[in-house]
Design a protein around this ligand. Structure first.
Ligand SMILES: [Zn+2]
Length: 189
């Protein structure tokens, strides 16, 4: 929680009546069940998954990238780690970067106790963390300054012991022929 206290101290996290701002972007505290119910909808209508993922990806406001980099003087990898710290504070689960190949901006990412899948343990035959992977894809799009895509390969929702994602630039992801990738991403449609 060190990051949380630092954000408060630096006035980068501000609570005021009717509004919470994190680095000048408005955020909300909302029930996790809201995300679960939204995910139910996606499970019921799998054809909506790629488009909703893309909307989540784009909703990670690029406005966060420059102020954070400026405030902290971050290089890409440090910015990535800062975003992971932030997501851990913000209640999205406990995440870690498993591997990162810097020359290709590709890697593997793991989240334990992820908010949506925790509600849906073994409730699906497919991964369910589409909202989360959309936001993380948006985060890395800001970090690496190019369109990034994320695919979930392991998920609590389908009975795995954690949620695990592979990510790479969209231009490399387009070359994938794995059916799981085809289902989760909008780039093949
Ligand atoms: Zn998951």
């Amino acid at each position: 929680m060190e990051l949380f206290n630092k954000l408060l101290m630096m006035r980068q996290l501000k609570f005021q009546l009717g509004e919470i701002d994190l680095l000048n972007q408005r955020v909300v505290l909302a029930p996790g069940a809201m995300l679960r119910n939204f995910t139910y909808f996606m499970i019921k209508h799998p054809e909506t998954v790629p488009e909703i993922y893309e909307l989540m990806r784009l909703s990670f406001d690029e406005g966060w990238a420059e102020p954070v980099k400026k405030a902290y003087g971050f290089k890409s990898k440090d910015f990535f780690r800062w975003l992971i710290d932030l997501s851990n504070v913000a209640g999205w689960g406990t995440s870690e970067l498993v591997s990162l190949d810097e020359p290709t901006s590709s890697g593997v990412f793991r989240t334990r106790n992820a908010v949506v899948s925790k509600y849906l343990v073994k409730k699906s035959s497919e991964p369910v963390c589409h909202i989360w992977r959309g936001l993380t894809a948006g985060g890395t799009t800001a970090v690496f300054k190019k369109d990034m895509d994320w695919v979930e390969i392991k998920c609590l929702g389908k009975g795995d012991d954690c949620c695990e994602f592979v990510f790479k630039p969209r231009e490399l992801m387009r070359k994938e022929s794995n059916p799981l990738f085809l289902k989760q991403l909008p780039i093949y449609q």
